[in-house]
Every structure is written in C-alpha cells, then in structure tokens.
Design a protein around this ligand. Sequence first.
Ligand SMILES: [Zn+2]
Length: 380
Amino acid sequence: MRVQRLREINTLAVLESIIAGRGESSRADVATATKLTRPTVSALVEGLLAAGLVEERESVRAGTGRPKTPLVASSKVVGLGAEVAADHLRVLGLGLDGSTVIDEARHTEVALRSPEQTALQLAELLRSCRERLPQGTRISALTVSLPARISGDGTCVASGPNIGWRDVPFSKLVTDAGWSETPVFLANDANLAAHHEADARPGESFLFLHGETGIGGAIVVDGTPLPGTHGWAGELGHLPLVPGGARCGCGLEGCLEAYVGFHALRKRAGLPDSTCLDTIAGRLSANQELTDQIGHEIGTALAGAFTLLDIDSLVLSGYFAPLAPALHKTLSQALSAHSFAEQIHISPAAQSRGVEVLGAAQASLQRVRADIGDWLSIKD
Ligand SMILES: [Zn+2]
C-alpha cells in the first residue's frame, strides 16, 4: 500500500513537472527537476503515457547531443466546469495545463424557470460543448458552481434563495437531463472564487466579499479558506446590517445582502431588470452618492468580523471588485469606526469576473490528481 502511494506521489511530481515544462521537458529534464532517478522517471512516464495523461512530441536534436523527446500534458484530458448564475449558464473546459479548450455561455433568467428546466438547458449546453471537443477527449469530472448552499456530499442544493431553490437534487437532475458521462459535483460559487483568490495570494489572511447572484464570502487564514462546522463559515452577506430590516432571501431580516445584493442594488439604482451581472458595476460606478452609501453599509456590517478575527485585509470580488475605488472612502471609514483595526487594507480580487466557472473547472482537474491511482490503472 505504501509503495503504491509513493508511486502516486512521484507520478504526480512527474506530471506537474511536465505541465510546468510547457512541452519543452524531456525525461532527463524531468529527472533534474524532480530529483528522481532517470529509470524511475522513465517508468513513471510510461505509466502516464499508457494512461493518456501525457504525450510525446517528435524528437529534436539539439547541437551534437543525443536527440531529445519532449513530453507534453495531454490535450485530450479536460476538466469541465459549469456555472448557474442569476442571468446565465456557462460551461468552461480546461486542459491539464490550464489552457481553455471550450467556453460557452447562454443567457437565461434562472429564477423564472424550474430547476428541471435549468437542468435541461445546462445538459443541452454541455452536450453542445462535448460535441465540439476533439474525438477521444476524456472529461475528468463536471463541477457545477451555484449561488447556493450545497449539501455535504456535493449533490444537492440545500438552499439557493436568489434563484428560488430549496432541497433540489441538482446532480441527479442534470444526469436525468442527459449528462451521464461523469458524476456531477456541486459547489458554492463564492467558495470556488475564494479558493481561486487564495491560490493567487499564497499564505495571506483576508476576508473575501464576493458580489455575484448573491453576496458570498470567505474567511481565508494563512492561505486556506475556513470551511466551518456546517460549511457556511464566511457567509459575510448574511451578517446583520439593519436589525429588523429588509427581509433577506435567506429568511433573516436586515442582512447585508438585502441591501447590496444584485437584485437589491438593481432596484436601489433604478436600473432596468435587463441590467446584468456583467454591467451592474459600470452602471453603479457613475453614482457616487449610492456607492458612498454601499461602502458605508459594507463597512458597518463587516467591522465586527475584523475585530473578531484580527485580520487586517479585505478583498472585494465579483461586481464589488471594479467598484473598489468608488467604495474605498466610506468603506474604510466605517471599518475604522466600528472595529479595533486601525487600518484595513482593501483591494480588488486578482480576477473579478468568471472566476466561479474557472474555479469549478479547476476543481474538476483536481480530481485527476486526487484519483491518479485510478487513472494509472486505465489501459486503453
Ligand atoms: Zn440573509
């Protein structure tokens, strides 16, 4: 058993080295990079070739030396991510090297349709993407990002008030609608975004506020998002802003989300219902009076969390990211006025849009690494 695990760890090190080499690394280069012996690397590369995870390129002769056979991550293994958001569905496929192999979106008002109808639309989009992938492509997994709390086993939507879902077995619905190629894993959109941001800020501690279909968030400590006992640690959108105030989709009253969530902001700014997630920040940034209020509200609701956690950095994500300069003054003032922290560093996320579906596709790719033993036993 231990020998098997060691082989898996070394195989992953070889695979990562080949991916990092971007099609330039030979077996000898991989041996140097991983500090494994040449015969060990050769044996592991043979396993990866047999599993279809890497491919050999044509040999090249450099100078007078022996010809070199570069190795490259297979372009025919794809991690698939999908996103269900308030106003669109999107499917993104990433190759093992992280390159985008497919990216398609459809506009739809998810809250106006039943979960079954949304599952049918998503399955149709997935099938159309599948047909456009080269023959022989294998999909490692499908991960679906949703603006919802997800059951512990990743198969059901426990509660998604912003799309009107409760106790929906969405994995099964997508399978029943025709996607049977891989199991369907569900994930919370803000958690996927937070993991992506944590990767971009290795070792940092920060609170993460994500404006998307709903307001999500995360507490990231030393580079790791905290899951919490029930999986909802960091739900900053449901901290109280106005006791007894506006009814929030979660069932509580006066949550931050009831004031600065997508639907609430669209209404407060007097914007038409056609205003979508992609354009709302642009429309709001022209209204400094409103962004001053929003900054004050976010700071007031979040200040206590900074005192509680002794963290001094806030990352604004989703539609809050492009609004960071407009929000900064009143947000900073409210945080200082209501917390112990003298100065909280406020910054926009590394990537403001599309990060949920990217995180979903990356989670699907991670399953290749997690299940490497199963992949190695595959013989085509
Ligand atoms: Zn709430």
